[in-house]
Design a protein around this ligand. Structure first.
Ligand code: URA
Length: 422
């Protein structure tokens, strides 16, 4: 077999055989298929698609490229959540300790920011001392002690995806549903969770801009998980406007702590509790209401254990940016639109995300929202506060926000979400 045969088959719209898929993933992982060949194949997949059998074979081949984790020594069910990425999406931070407080183990491998979307690990690293990289033994010890662990995937887990993901990021091939579904699910299945809730984001700030595409992605991932023996459920949730009132790193940790303390913005609390209920149900745990675990402090206790177990100081002050700039309401009325993509792009340009792989992020950079769509605003009142270490960043962030918000008479129609796919 050779790479050109596989590329030409997909270029010409043919189904790839299981043998072709196994060979190309294995050869690419070993460096025997070149990046330019894999990039050409990824583009052919983006343009011509894959059927369910091909996606399942591709996912299994990526799982086999590395190790599979095993939590069978634990005495309680495991449950995980994966979000396809959004703006202000800090939900993992309150959710993992909340579900742990309700009786499941939460072994969560998370990622870093991608483009305009934030990354859970970048947010958590703003807590002084907190470490994202753990060995498998350390991961198990944190899980046993705290009930939840959120960390980076080790280099042994789905290495084919690691290479392919970095390649897709720079070759315009991120948005292919077969590649996104297999990328996410190969890592989640290899991670060894017994149940999985997928939060598939829909809207301007998400990778899936329409409900139809999000539903196709959700159905594909649910089928992959179910076939692999992982109880998998997907929720389609709105990402047309940022979640909560904070977008960035440390500002999102702060907001998550407010939720764990029983406060926080209503949309963040609502989604956190909803996802927690889905996770507990998928894990077969009943009799504990997540809303109670937020109210009685047990979720906060689990958070403090989880952060401390990974070297972090949950009581330490969080980093703040040196400079700020306020955007005010252009008129009196109702905030009718605050676009997730515009806010995400602005936060990225303020330094909350990275321009190139491996760049550091600014922990204090980001945006604080003072109003959400539907809120009454007065001309001249603060709408957004931008935070950056370098005031030279404000200009490009303000450009990103141009046309991204509007004041009118009523809020524009929101998407009729969430939708559950199982
Ligand atoms: N997240 C992933 O892990 N993979 C993708 O392809 C897209 C989002």
């Amino acid at each position: 077999m050779d790479a050109i045969e596989v590329i030409v088959a997909k270029r010409d719209g043919r189904e790839l055989t299981r043998a072709q898929i196994d060979w190309v993933i294995d050869a690419y992982t070993k460096g025997e298929v070149a990046d330019e060949q894999m990039s050409s194949l990824a583009m052919a997949i983006l343009l011509n698609g894959m059927d369910r059998r091909e996606i399942a074979d591709w996912t299994q081949a990526m799982i086999r490229s590395g190790e599979r984790m095993d939590w069978s020594s634990l005495d309680r069910p495991t449950a995980d959540k994966h979000s396809t990425g959004g703006v202000g999406d800090k939900i993992t931070l309150p959710l993992a300790p909340l579900v742990a407080a309700c009786g499941a183990y939460v072994p969560q491998l998370s990622g870093r920011g991608l483009g305009h979307t934030g990354g859970t690990l970048d947010k958590l690293e703003s807590i002084p001392g907190w470490r994202a990289s753990l060995s498998n033994d350390e991961m198990l010890a944190v899980l046993r002690g705290a009930g939840a662990v959120v960390c980076a995937a080790g280099s042994g887990l789905a290495p084919a995806d690691k290479k392919l993901y970095a390649l897709r990021d720079v070759t315009g091939t991120v948005e292919a549903i077969p590649l996104i579904a297999s990328s996410i699910m190969s890592k989640k299945i290899a991670e060894g969770t017994g149940s999985l809730v997928l939060d598939v984001k829909v809207g301007s700030g998400a990778f899936m801009k329409t409900t139809e595409r999000a539903r196709e992605l959700a159905e594909t991932m649910v089928a992959l998980g179910t076939d692999a023996g992982v109880r998998t459920v997907a929720l389609l949730t709105a990402m047309d406007t940022p979640l909560g009132l904070a977008v960035g790193n440390a500002v999102e940790v702060q907001e998550s702590v407010e939720v764990l303390a029983g406060g926080g913005p209503a949309d963040v609390v609502e989604l956190t509790v909803r996802l927690a209920r889905e996770m507990l149900e998928a894990a077969g745990i009943s009799g504990k209401d997540p809303a109670d675990a937020l109210a009685d402090g047990s979720a906060m206790d689990a958070w403090r254990r989880m952060i401390t177990a990974q070297g972090g100081d949950p009581s330490a002050p969080l980093p703040t940016a040196a400079e700020s700039s306020v955007v005010t309401a252009p008129a009196t009325g109702v905030l009718s639109r605050l676009d997730a993509y515009a806010v995400g792009l602005a936060a990225w340009r303020l330094g909350a995300g990275r321009a190139r792989q491996g760049d550091p992020v600014s922990f204090g950079a980001g945006i604080t929202l003072h109003a959400k769509p539907g809120d009454a605003v007065k001309e001249g009142q603060p709408l957004l506060t931008l935070h950056a270490d370098d005031p030279g960043r404000f200009g490009r962030a303000l450009e990103a926000l141009e046309g991204g918000y509007a004041v009118g008479e009523a809020v524009a129609d929101r998407l009729p979400l969430p939708l559950v796919i199982d």
